[in-house]
Write a protein that binds this ligand. Structure first.
Ligand SMILES: [Ca+2]
Ligand SMILES: [Ca+2]
Length: 273
């Protein structure tokens, strides 16, 4: 190959390198580097690409925690979902809790939350059987998973035995509120934790909203008793800051023969409806 071709290749490589760097970050007129725009908001984990009737552990970067029960990818049989979902393995002895973590990777990634994310939210779909909870966090102790017990997760929210539940970051205060009239435990719900900047002290508070997908609710309803709750993001028990969150944490547990299911995890939404 003649020398000129090598020179051409080097220029091409340089051009590609500059293009890659330009696409992964951007700067404003002052030269200040802005947030990485390659991480999209509103991305949803819908489990559709996973192998059905198989353990979720090891698929799509999901890991179940050591000593936890097993969760499986299964096809939901209801008209209100009817897609692939995740649920605890029915035969899991003694209703063992299932804890799962999924760290951001090239396939799916979400950005952490900052103090300027007023109105942003976390959201997922679930049934109200047993226990189904979700949180975000980051791995402080380097064992590849995040857990509330290790102080690695922010607010944990979901449904526990027919009650909406919100727990502050770092295994903080637990608050519950009953399902609304006409809300059956077998129904599918879309549950949203919306972040609100408190106008008085600037702390992040959270408000929980839901819609009953089985009843074809078109509007979100507020969960009375779970509005403007301190998310305890400044708790000493929380070892990781919300802007570093890069991992989804899930807790599923059957109860009294009732098995929960979850779907459509949306770790960081920015477009309020
Ligand atoms: Ca699905
Ligand atoms: Ca960890």
């Amino acid at each position: 190959m003649p020398t000129s071709s090598y020179r051409f290749l080097c220029h091409t490589c340089l051009f590609v390198l500059i293009a890659v760097l330009s696409s992964s970050c951007s700067s404003n007129d002052d030269g200040q580097v802005l947030e990485d725009e390659s991480i999209p908001f509103n991305g949803v984990v819908d489990f559709e690409s996973l192998l059905e009737n198989a353990f979720i552990d090891g698929q799509d970067n999901w890991r179940d925690h050591e000593g936890s029960g097993q969760a499986v990818v299964s096809l939901d049989a209801t008209a209100s979902n009817g897609t692939q979902v995740v649920e605890p393995l029915l035969e899991t002895a003694l209703n063992a809790p299932v804890e799962l973590s999924r760290q951001n990777d090239d396939v799916f990634a979400f950005p952490g939350f900052t103090s300027s994310d007023d109105g942003h939210f976390m959201q997922f779909d679930l049934t109200a059987e047993g226990m189904a909870l979700m949180a975000l966090g980051s791995d402080a102790d380097g064992d590849g998973i995040v857990s509330p017990a290790a102080g690695e997760t922010g607010p944990l929210f979901g449904i526990v035995d027919g009650n909406f539940q919100l727990q502050g970051a770092g295994k903080g205060q637990v608050l519950q509120a009953a399902l609304g009239p006409g809300d059956a435990t077998a129904d599918w719900y879309q549950l949203r934790l919306q972040w609100v900047t408190d106008s008085i002290d600037g702390h992040m508070t959270g408000s929980v909203f839901y819609r009953n997908l089985t009843d074809q609710d078109t509007e979100f309803r507020q969960v009375d008793g779970l509005q403007d709750v301190d998310l305890e993001l400044d708790s000493n028990a929380l070892l990781v800051q919300s802007d570093s969150w890069d991992t989804v944490y899930v807790h599923l547990q059957s109860s009294g023969g009732r098995t929960p299911a979850m779907d459509n995890l949306l770790p960081h939404g920015s477009s309020a409806e």
